[in-house]
Design a protein around this ligand. Structure first.
Ligand SMILES: *[C@@H]1O[C@H](CO)[C@@H](O)[C@H](O)[C@H]1NC(C)=O
Ligand SMILES: *[C@@H]1O[C@H](CO)[C@@H](O)[C@H](O)[C@H]1NC(C)=O
Ligand SMILES: *[C@@H]1O[C@H](CO)[C@@H](O)[C@H](O)[C@H]1NC(C)=O
Ligand SMILES: *[C@@H]1O[C@H](CO)[C@@H](O)[C@H](O)[C@H]1NC(C)=O
Ligand SMILES: *[C@@H]1O[C@H](CO)[C@@H](O)[C@H](O)[C@H]1NC(C)=O
Ligand SMILES: *[C@@H]1O[C@H](CO)[C@@H](O)[C@H](O)[C@H]1NC(C)=O
Length: 800
């Protein structure tokens, strides 16, 4: 009897093991199923509470259990009224999550409820709303739900039970929003009155004078989809014109200021980045290219992404820089930018996505959410600390915008990284997010995010993205077998997480039969093109090619007190203290060990952020007992490699940036990769940003190498073209050297060389013996062809 039971237990264990192996690096299928069931229950908890306590208004208040309505009294309450148009937006935005749950009875029920709510197939409301938000939440969800309802391969396919009502509603709304584009520039105003028979919006409205890049460009995605599904190409034509026009407003560095006056096309801010106001522009350039098979959009994405890497990229996040100079503008990152690693996965840049996502994990570990804005650098190091004194700082200074309304972006990129890597590391993050949703944010009638991350106070609001995105991505993380994950499903998620796909027959029918015959919009676009032509003619006569030989050393940012020269010290902490407590030690091997989480077992820089940003990753008191997700005991014991310790030696060198503006175009071709792992970068021109490491003896380099006297062998500081350095060289032996560790956001491998064409720096005219060049006291070339900054060679930057 006993032995029989034992046998049963053993075979059960083996089954579990087999299930693991089905999924490669994953949890058991049983665990995944339980997690996904929990997420599903959470979704219906929120949705049913909305139906009971919020419907037919736009949202439900999760703590007080009453509807959150449009602010009818104060039309200027934009925070509320931009989104809440009094059109049951939670119901509409949630439809596609029910479709993703593959729950046909509930899906049909919800579609019927939408139909009953808008029996005439119209949104007959008299509300001014934001064009962008209404597009992504209302039109996006209706289009995706229409796709689900009409696709026989989908679990929620409705067949004869569906008559196209959702598509009709989407088109109705699009017709109400489209007049926003009837401006002189063709760029939309941000808000419009969703009223029947309104043709032209009120452009004198003071709320119409600023619009951001995402809002001007992005409706293109949903509106193009609408054109495909209706055969009326006016939606595509008008919004695509605005997308391209927005891109045309970029600076010479191919960076877009985040917001403009939509009619005058003048920038409102010099700032750019990947977060709020511009995020979806990048997203829809790439996703539009994929969904609509559009090579022009792909071209825009490629240029825009390369420019971000060149100008905004840091090891762990993208910074906010000035669009015309590429210099650091403000030292913060915002909550919305957590989506970007997911987009990098889609672009195939998984390695960098892993690093950028890790930053947000550390933020979640610290604050229990992703604060709307977090300063990555202590305020005393700010450029305008004009007093030159340390400003005392605390959590209030580090978190100038302290709320976290359960935004989905971190969930989203966690999901994409799991799909790309299958590393259980990401599943484990999902398990913790699920636990936090249940334990911290689940309230009486829905989910309440943080009003204040510092105090832990909750907010009596549940925005529609909680049900439509946050829980959807979490469910999909655990739902390995979802129809979306089947090969050939070719789904692209909209920025509001509504799955979109373009059936082949729809595509070809549109190419064959699309019509553009609405005279208002035909005339509008003709006028726009005409004005563009005139403008171009004017520009051509004015155009001058400006080639700066400018070498620009980043210096505005801050003064390094140890140096006469000021550089932008990326790594402001000099990290002299190597942490003495190792966060992770190799554990005991067990008989069951076979495979491990690559992040826990191979990723050498798992704890670098903790040290580098220790100054501003400060835990609020309510988070004191919250342990780092990646160090949680049971997960660590199950998935770490017993041979491996992530306690790498931390780099202790400093890094600064060097910015070149050289003639010609940037071309980077990693030419050779020999047995030594040496990659040579070919020439570059145009804007280039180099991260330069300052190598000093006994410091630990960025590659984990100890800098020793060997690195200083054969150092030459003899400047070929000037005698400026000769005296210095003869008087002092060098105490530091430079090395390029990254170029335009791409890491230079250990022992890698960067080559630059010499004529960018020196040229000889026949008249004089002196070189006609950029060589100055601060830039030189030594007899080993290495570039020198202030008589110190950059040992792996060679002029050829
Ligand atoms: C808002 O919507 C509710 C429910 O549909 C409706 O009863 C009410 O009249 C609407 N209010 C306005 C001002 O449109
Ligand atoms: C535009 O074309 C559609 C489809 O052929 C047609 O139904 C509609 O009447 C036309 N509209 C105008 C204004 O010509
Ligand atoms: C943290 O845990 C300790 C010990 O369990 C407990 O006494 C303390 O109240 C907890 N602190 C918070 C902020 O939850
Ligand atoms: C390998 O790297 C070392 C160190 O930079 C270098 O001196 C050597 O020439 C390289 N070997 C080859 C084959 O490139
Ligand atoms: C330094 O130069 C000497 C003589 O040219 C050469 O033998 C030696 O290999 C060089 N060392 C390094 C590290 O390049
Ligand atoms: C400069 O001199 C070289 C060789 O001496 C000659 O080939 C070239 O044409 C000269 N260039 C000019 C601009 O005179």
């Amino acid at each position: 009897m006993v032995s029989w039971l034992w046998l049963l237990l053993v075979s059960f264990l083996q089954l579990e093991q087999a299930a693991c192996e089905d999924y490669g690096y994953s949890f058991t299928s049983k665990e995944l199923k339980a997690y996904k069931q929990e997420v599903k229950e959470l979704f219906y908890f929120g949705f049913d509470n909305y139906l009971e306590h919020g419907y037919p208004f736009d949202e439900v208040r999760p703590i007080s259990c009453v509807p959150k309505k449009r602010n009818f009294e104060d039309p200027n309450d934009r925070v509320t009224n931009d989104i809440l148009g009094n059109f049951t937006i939670t119901l509409i935005d949630s439809l596609t999550t029910i479709a993703v749950l593959q729950d046909k009875p509930r899906f049909l029920e919800a579609v019927r409820l939408v139909e009953r709510t808008f029996p005439k197939g119209e949104f007959d409301v008299d509300s001014t709303v934001q064009v962008f938000e209404t597009t992504i939440r209302v039109i996006g969800s209706l289009l995706s739900s229409h796709l689900y309802s009409t696709d026989p391969t989908k679990a929620v396919y409705l067949g004869n039970e569906y008559d196209g009502s959702l598509l009709a509603l989407a088109q109705y709304m699009a017709d109400r929003l489209l007049p926003a584009y009837l401006t002189h520039s063709g760029l939309p105003v941000p808000r419009i009155k969703v009223k029947k028979n309104l043709k032209v919006p009120d452009f004198t409205d003071p709320l119409s004078t600023e619009n951001n890049v995402a809002a001007m460009a992005c409706p293109m995605f949903e509106f193009t989809m609408l054109s495909y599904l209706t055969g009326d190409s006016k939606y595509e034509k008008v919004t695509r014109y605005a997308f391209d026009k927005t891109w045309s407003l970029r600076t010479d560095l191919n960076l877009l200021p985040m917001s403009f006056h939509p009619n005058k096309m003048t920038p409102y801010t010099p700032m750019t980045g990947v977060g709020a106001s511009i995020d979806s522009f990048f997203e829809y350039a790439l996703k539009g290219a994929v969904l609509f098979d559009d090579s022009e959009l792909m071209g825009i994405w490629n240029v825009a992404y390369q420019s971000l890497k060149t100008n905004c990229k840091n090891d762990w996040f993208f910074t906010n820089v000035m669009a015309d100079t590429g210099q650091l503008y403000v030292p913060w990152i915002d909550s919305l930018s957590a989506f970007f690693p997911g987009l990098q996965v889609l672009a195939g840049d998984v390695d960098d996505a892993i690093a950028k996502h890790l930053m947000f994990l550390k933020i979640w570990n610290t604050f229990g959410g992703i604060p709307e804005r977090w300063l990555f650098r202590p305020p005393e190091l700010f450029p305008p600390s004009s007093l030159g004194k340390s400003v005392p700082f605390d959590l209030n200074t580090i978190l100038p915008l302290e709320w976290y309304p359960l935004r989905p972006e971190f969930f989203e990129s966690t999901y994409f990284l799991y799909r790309a890597t299958k590393d259980p590391f990401y599943l484990n993050i999902g398990v913790h997010l699920l636990r936090d949703l249940k334990q911290r944010f689940k309230s009486k009638c829905g989910f309440a995010g943080f009003q204040n991350v510092i105090t832990g106070e909750l907010q009596d609001r549940m925005e529609t993205f909680v049900l439509s995105e946050t829980l959807k991505y979490l469910y999909l993380l655990f739902d390995e077998g979802n129809e979306i994950h089947r090969s050939g499903s070719e789904v692209v998620f909209s920025t509001e997480a509504h799955p979109m796909w373009l059936p082949l027959e729809v595509r070809s029918k549109y190419k064959r039969e699309a019509k553009f015959n609405d005279s208002t919009y035909v005339a509008h676009l003709e006028a726009c093109y005409e004005r563009d032509k005139e403008l171009r003619a004017k520009e051509d006569t004015l155009r001058q090619r400006i080639i700066g030989f400018a070498k620009s050393i980043f210096s505005q940012d801050q003064a390094d007190t140890n140096e006469d020269t000021a550089y932008d010290i990326l790594d402001h902490k000099s990290n002299n203290e190597i942490p003495d407590s190792c966060p992770i030690r190799p554990r005991q091997a067990t008989a069951h060990d076979s495979w491990y989480s690559p992040m826990l077992s191979k990723y050498k820089k798992l704890f670098e952020i903790d040290t580098r940003h220790a100054d501003t990753l400060i835990k609020p008191s309510h988070m004191q007992n919250y342990s780092a997700i990646e160090l949680e005991h049971s997960f660590y014991n199950r998935w770490s490699d017993p041979q491996f310790s992530t306690c790498q030696i931390m780099p202790t060198t400093e890094i600064f940036e060097l910015l070149f503006d050289l003639p010609g175009l940037y071309r980077r071709v990693p030419i050779t990769s020999n047995s030594n792992d040496t990659i040579t970068f070919q020439t570059f021109g145009g804007r280039s940003r180099l991260n330069i490491e300052k190598m000093q003896i006994y410091k630990i380099g960025q590659y984990g190498d100890l800098i020793t006297a060997l690195n200083f062998q054969n150092i030459s500081r003899r400047d070929l073209y000037s005698h400026y350095c000769d005296t210095i060289a003869s008087l002092y032996s060098p105490t530091f050297l430079y090395r390029v560790v990254a170029i335009n956001g791409d890491t230079v491998p250990f022992h890698g060389m960067v080559q630059v064409e010499k004529h960018n720096f020196v040229s000889f005219s026949n008249d004089t013996a002196e070189p006609d060049a950029l060589i100055t006291d601060s830039i030189g070339i030594n007899d080993r062809a290495q570039l020198m900054i202030e008589c110190t060679p950059i040992v792996n930057l060679i002029l050829v």
